[in-house]
Design a protein around this ligand. Structure first.
Ligand SMILES: [Zn+2]
Ligand SMILES: [Zn+2]
Length: 285
């Protein structure tokens, strides 16, 4: 009984069409599947839905949603968007994932998840080589997501660690990193945000564990936060990637439930029901 709501297509920086993605989701037995193309933005159109194609994206997504409904298909389709803090507000959607991909320093938009080299350059050029000043700036922007984007879901909470596997650039257990991350996490829970357990960096070989990292996921549980498990798939093969590991990470942090998003809002579901039947069978023997 799975859902996957963070996915991309050829409308933005994905590899498959919306229909190919939806059909692959159905083949994988998903109960719910959501489209969440990168919302249009003016300063860098390279990875998002082009402004003059956004209405086409919405129309095509809604057509597929209606088709699946009319044909009584197994998978219910939802139409959403991944809204960057600095992208243009989008309307007419079933849900919004709010994400930070850019810092804004001295009027410049700086992409933090492009490459390790680019991120090193940003830290050296704009933060005097201090990685913790950069991570503070990142989390300060994450805190603005609910108000600025009106999102329902916070995307990849600690994306700033994408290139930091093995603490390559900074120590993710250092209070200089964790203090601001923890404060922002607490604020987001107060704002009733649902946070993703996002496996996107695992699929692309950058990280061995999902966002948010272990300690932050544990803190989220203690704070009474809600989660949903998403793949951030950029191709049909990526749908549900690493979901069993994500369930295990959630369970280790203390969670027993995740959330599905339905046309009537969020619905809690036990992690045991969300996992692959194969895995459940193993756990019960
Ligand atoms: Zn993203
Ligand atoms: Zn994404």
């Amino acid at each position: 009984m799975r859902g996957d709501y963070h996915t991309h297509s050829i409308f933005d920086d994905g590899k498959n069409t919306l229909l190919e993605m939806a059909e692959a989701a159905e083949e994988k037995g998903l109960l719910y599947f959501g489209f969440s193309g990168h919302a249009s933005q003016s300063f860098d159109e390279s990875f998002c839905i082009k402004r003059n194609r956004f209405r086409e994206y919405l129309r095509e997504a809604r057509d597929i949603q209606a088709l699946f409904e009319q044909e009584g298909r197994r998978t219910e389709i939802l139409v959403g968007v991944e809204q960057d803090l600095f992208s243009e507000p989008a309307r007419g959607l079933d849900y919004t994932i709010g994400s930070v991909h850019f810092l804004k320093q001295e009027g410049d938009y700086l992409c933090i998840d492009e490459s390790p080299e680019k991120l090193e350059w940003i830290v050296s050029e704009y933060f005097g080589g201090n990685w913790y000043r950069m991570t503070d700036a990142y989390f300060d922007l994450v805190a603005k997501l609910p108000e600025k984007t009106g999102c329902d879901i916070i995307g990849h909470f600690d994306l700033v660690t994408k290139f930091n596997e093995g603490n390559r650039f900074f120590d993710e257990t250092d209070p200089r990193y964790l203090r601001r991350a923890g404060e922002v996490l607490e604020y987001l829970v107060q704002q009733s945000m649902v946070l993703e357990v996002n496996t996107g960096a695992m699929a692309r070989g950058y990280r061995n564990t999902p966002y948010p990292r272990e300690g932050l996921l544990g803190l989220l549980y203690v704070l009474g936060g809600e989660i949903m498990i998403n793949s951030d798939a950029h191709s049909r093969e990526g749908i549900c990637f690493g979901f069993d590991e994500a369930c295990q990470a959630a369970r280790s942090a203390g969670f027993t439930c995740t959330n599905l998003l339905t046309r009537n809002g969020f619905a809690r579901i036990g992690l045991g029901c969300f996992e692959e039947p194969r895995l459940r069978a193993l756990m019960w023997t």
